[in-house]
Design a protein around this ligand. Structure first.
Ligand code: GLA
Length: 393
């Protein structure tokens, strides 16, 4: 049976209704290269994947909202009201859709009836593949569809980021929501986070596949050092601005950075800024290499990215470093690096399709030996961004 048929039946039984829900889907994302550059006004190169979040809904005749997640069954149905969408600790995961609705309404979109909504996500929890941005965007698309709001995709993306920044309190950049909102099958997106100009690049990996490796180390962005990294970069930028007329670290070339780095007083902040500047240059170079079909150089840039995140940005840790180091040692590997915010979560590797089984086995053996538990391996499929699931899907 199709997953959507199955989910529709669950919807009808949870909400005790015979109505047929509309079904929407938002993917998760991986980032090929360009890490911790988005909030520094640099470039990122993410792609949306086939794992994601389904949302099924039927409009109500009152202003009530009833949320149910198959991933958090123990929380039962969480009720809210369109008239009161303030953050409530007890609403748990439902704060993400509530935040999205609040900001859509504040932005002037007319939503004057509630809905019963069922969520189901198959992105591994806490894996750093943007399950929260996926919930934000699927909520956006769902209400856009139900109320024919004709929202521009970019506003949906920006409102999703606002939920993260202002409602949840994580000072993240725009990459995740952008990748999920704008994703395209078999393409990655080179996005300039300063101007929001972007281009799609076909991902042609010849006989290779992208493997996603989950460290299975749980992490929460809010509790992590994410906001601290952002603050360190902002401090470095303001010191550079004493002399340079720049708006972001993303405007500096590595050469300009080297000439001016003495302006940054603190050594740690200097390393954080160095990563942001060099990573941005690597990301632009990576697109060129990919377009030239030079996979080897693309892989080298991925490896350098990981080293910089490990040594200068310090967001990797034992789990990610063990996986990436083990990946580098395997036959048929073009490149490997952590992906997303870091501090646990996932790594990605580009691996010869014929060597995937031995790759997974060997990397896991090394990981288990060193870390004490298993990693999980997925083959990534790059798929479309958020959309309504119609008969043809
Ligand atoms: C998280 C954030 C993104 C980005 C990455 C690091 O995924 O949500 O905005 O900063 O970390 O590149």
């Amino acid at each position: 049976m199709k997953v959507t048929t199955n989910l529709s039946q669950v919807f009808q039984s949870i909400f005790d209704t015979a109505s047929t829900p509309r079904v929407f889907f938002a993917p998760g994302r991986i980032n090929l290269i360009g890490e911790h550059t988005d909030y520094n006004g640099g470039h990122v190169f993410p792609a949306s994947i086939s794992y994601g979040t389904y949302a099924l809904a039927v409009k109500r005749n009152d202003e009530k909202l009833r949320f149910y997640s198959m991933n958090f069954k123990e929380k039962g149905i969480i009720e809210a009201d369109l008239k009161d969408l303030t953050f409530k600790e007890t609403d748990n995961w439902a704060n993400y859709p509530k935040g999205m609705l609040l900001y859509m309404k504040e932005a002037g979109f007319e939503i004057n009836q509630g809905a019963d909504i069922l969520f189901y996500g198959n992105i591994p929890n806490g894996a750093g593949l943007s399950s929260s941005a996926s919930i934000e965007l699927v909520t956006g698309a769902l209400f856009d569809g139900l109320f024919e709001l004709n929202m521009e995709r970019i506003s949906m993306v920006q409102l999703g980021q606002k939920v993260e920044n202002q409602y949840i309190g994580v000072n993240s950049g725009i990459m995740d929501q952008f990748a999920i909102g704008m994703g395209k099958k078999n393409h990655a997106i080179l996005l300039d986070c300063q101007t929001l100009k972007y281009k799609y690049a076909p991902i042609i990996l010849k006989n290779h596949v992208i493997i996603i490796i989950n460290t299975n180390k749980q992490r929460t962005l809010t509790g992590s050092k994410y906001n601290e990294r952002r603050y360190q970069c902002e401090t470095a930028l303001s010191e550079l601005q004493d002399k340079l007329a720049i708006k972001s670290l993303g405007q500096l070339s590595p050469e300009e950075f080297e000439e001016n780095k003495h302006l940054i007083l603190d050594d740690i902040n200097k390393r954080r800024a160095k990563h942001a500047v060099y990573e941005n240059a690597r990301t632009i170079a990576a697109l060129e290499k990919l377009q030239q079909g030079d996979l080897h150089s693309f892989g080298q840039l991925m490896n350098e990215s990981h080293r910089s995140l490990r040594d200068d940005y310090e967001v990797t840790g034992l789990e990610l470093d063990t996986i990436v180091q083990a990946a580098w040692e395997q036959e048929g590997v073009i490149g490997a690096r952590m992906t997303g915010a870091g501090f646990g979560g996932c790594a990605i590797a580009i691996v010869d399709s014929f060597k995937v089984d031995s790759f997974n086995e060997n990397v896991n053996a090394i990981y288990r030996e060193k870390v004490g538990y298993d990693a999980t391996f997925y083959t990534a499929t790059i798929d479309d961004g958020v959309k309504e699931m119609t008969e043809e899907c």
